[in-house]
Design a protein around this ligand. Structure first.
Ligand code: GLN
Length: 475
């Protein structure tokens, strides 16, 4: 078995042709992942008992002649911000180092019901705040493609395991680019679905109006399969949408000839780089597939970084108030008074970036500044959404870069948080407007670093987005 290159379809074939049992596959995949993990630090912890129990259940179904599910026996990794019953969920934070959740997230329930085998939980930036995975309390992740480089973030571990071949697919979360950007940096496919498409029940909240769960995979088809499994209305999440889930596998096979694809001019200003060349070649490829390329404008793009970092910090400051020492495991040993407990627990267990965001968010929400910052950011958010609405009256999809540059060296941008924030410019507009977006590998630089093409579509048009991405992938 070639675990590093396995796909969902091949896993299915192996199991149904009885070349391997799910239990054998899980055992081998776990051993391989555990042996390879020290190279990247992509997994934080493994879940062998859970994996083997899930695999045995798949084998029993196959033996009984039942349908073992769309993800039967598939080794899956899960970002450690998604809660798993009886399995530690740390959010890569000292605050939750020993937190064992009493329930499963809906996405977890659905993927296990479909036969998925969870190998373990992946590293990430603390509470999903970051763009490089260097904000983890348990050490940075290395990019498997270039071990001296960052894998991107915040879902760096989930992208890395798929690129490294230590999981077939994985789940990540995206608030402002945390699926697409690491997918681009590691050379894998990553999907941020429409806001509300996938239930966030059991996703530890960072910024609730922006948080998404989505899949990583080595090809578009696998990512679509995982998305279809986890998508759809969930009674436990009031923001999950009633919109029916399309059969993505079928929809993806429709031709792309004649599709109108928008190129937002604001995304290409100042992109005279190798990344720019790779994206330009990708656009030529789409032309070759018969797409009509249309020049479009998303005029409020330049306000997106400021807008995003006001809204996400505001929401984070409120969401993270629950980590106070009274609940969720960590409590400072220096908790003589209630106030000491709050101050010392939060002071000791949160990392620098999390503290920075809580302070910024508290500031923009405070009386006197609320109107100047938070309310204004909400207005700007509406304008950015309106930019996309107008663009989608002219085009069927939009393509763009994911990041201004490919993976950079570990440590290179840690000193300057503003520079780090600015690198999110191409991903956060879609997050603010709630439209679906994804990264599909487009090429590599001269030094072998992957560059992803971002594909964006109308709300709930994952099928159209996947169709274009799959046609592009197949060239
Ligand atoms: N890099 C962005 C941030 O730091 C996005 C993070 C995310 O999507 N979770 O907020």
């Amino acid at each position: 078995m070639n675990i590093e290159t396995l796909t969902i379809a091949e896993t299915r074939r192996l199991l149904l042709s009885k070349q391997a049992s799910a239990e054998e596959l899980a055992t081998e995949a776990l051993a391989y992942a555990q042996a390879e993990n020290p190279k990247t630090n992509a997994y934080l912890h493994f879940s062998p008992e859970r994996a083997l129990a899930a695999a045995k259940a798949v084998d029993a179904k196959i033996a009984a002649g039942e349908d073992p599910g769309a993800l039967a026996g598939v080794p899956v990794a899960v970002k450690d911000v998604i809660v798993t019953k009886n399995l530690r969920t740390t959010c890569a934070s000292r605050m939750l180092e020993n937190f064992v959740p009493p329930y499963d997230a809906t996405a977890i329930e659905r993927l296990e019901a479909a036969g998925g085998v969870i190998l373990g939980k992946t590293n990430c930036d603390e509470f999903a705040m970051g763009s490089t995975n260097e904000n983890s309390a348990f050490g940075a992740v290395r990019n498997p493609v270039a071990l001296d480089c960052v894998p991107g973030g915040s879902s760096g571990g989930s992208a890395a395991v798929v690129a490294q071949g230590t999981a077939v697919v994985s789940l990540g979360s995206d608030t402002g680019g945390s699926i697409r950007q690491p997918a681009s940096f590691c050379g894998v496919v990553g999907i941020t679905p429409t806001y509300g498409r996938v239930s966030r029940y059991g996703l530890v909240a960072f910024a609730s109006s922006l948080d998404h769960i989505g899949p990583f995979a080595r090809n578009v088809e696998d990512a679509a399969t995982l998305l279809e499994v986890i998508a759809g209305r969930d009674e436990n999440d009031a923001t999950s949408a009633f919109a029916p889930v399309a059969g993505y596998a079928e929809a993806m096979r429709q031709p792309v000839k004649g599709l109108k694809v928008g190129l937002p001019r604001e995304y290409f200003e100042g992109l005279a780089s190798e990344t720019g060349d790779i994206i330009a070649a990708a656009v030529e490829k789409l032309k070759g597939l018969g797409c009509e390329i249309v020049d479009i404008s998303l005029p409020h793009t330049s306000y997106a970084v400021a807008c995003y970092y006001i809204i996400c910090t505001a929401e984070a400051s409120s969401n993270l108030a629950r980590f106070d020492g009274a609940r969720y495991t960590y409590r400072s040993p220096n908790s003589g008074t209630l106030e000491d407990m709050y101050r010392n627990t939060r002071g000791e267990a949160f990392g620098t970036e999390v503290k920075r965001r809580i302070m910024l968010g508290t500031y923009v929400l405070s009386a006197g500044y609320y109107d100047a910052y938070y309310r204004k950011a909400q207005k700007v958010r509406s304008l950015i959404t309106e930019d996309f609405r107008k663009a989608f009256t002219e085009v069927d999809a939009i393509v763009a870069p994911v990041s201004p540059f490919p993976a950079f060296k570990l440590g290179e941008k840690m000193k300057d948080p503003i520079e780090m924030y600015l690198s999110d410019i191409y991903t956060i507009t879609a997050s603010l407007s709630g439209i679906p977006s994804m990264s599909v590998p487009a090429g590599v630089t001269n030094t072998g670093l992957p560059v992803g093409l971002q594909v964006l579509a109308r709300h709930f048009d994952e099928a159209g987005m996947l169709r274009l991405a799959r046609a592009f992938e197949r060239g």
